[in-house]
Design a protein around this ligand. Structure first.
Ligand SMILES: [Zn+2]
Length: 53
């Protein structure tokens, strides 16, 4: 067991968002599974809000 990689990249990204609200509905952004991994997405409608910086 040598898992040095942080699994919380999405939490860090979410914390950097100025406005953690969904652009498409009144939901709040959260962390959820998307395409087999965790991503920042809307907890209400499931639209991913993550961007590739
Ligand atoms: Zn939404």
């Amino acid at each position: 067991m040598s898992d040095e990689r942080t699994p919380h990249d999405c939490e860090d990204l979410l914390a950097r968002l100025d406005d953690p609200s969904c652009q498409y509905c009144d939901g709040q952004l959260g962390i959820g599974p998307y395409k087999g991994s965790d991503a920042v997405l809307c907890e209400a409608c499931g639209t991913p809000a993550i961007r590739v910086w």
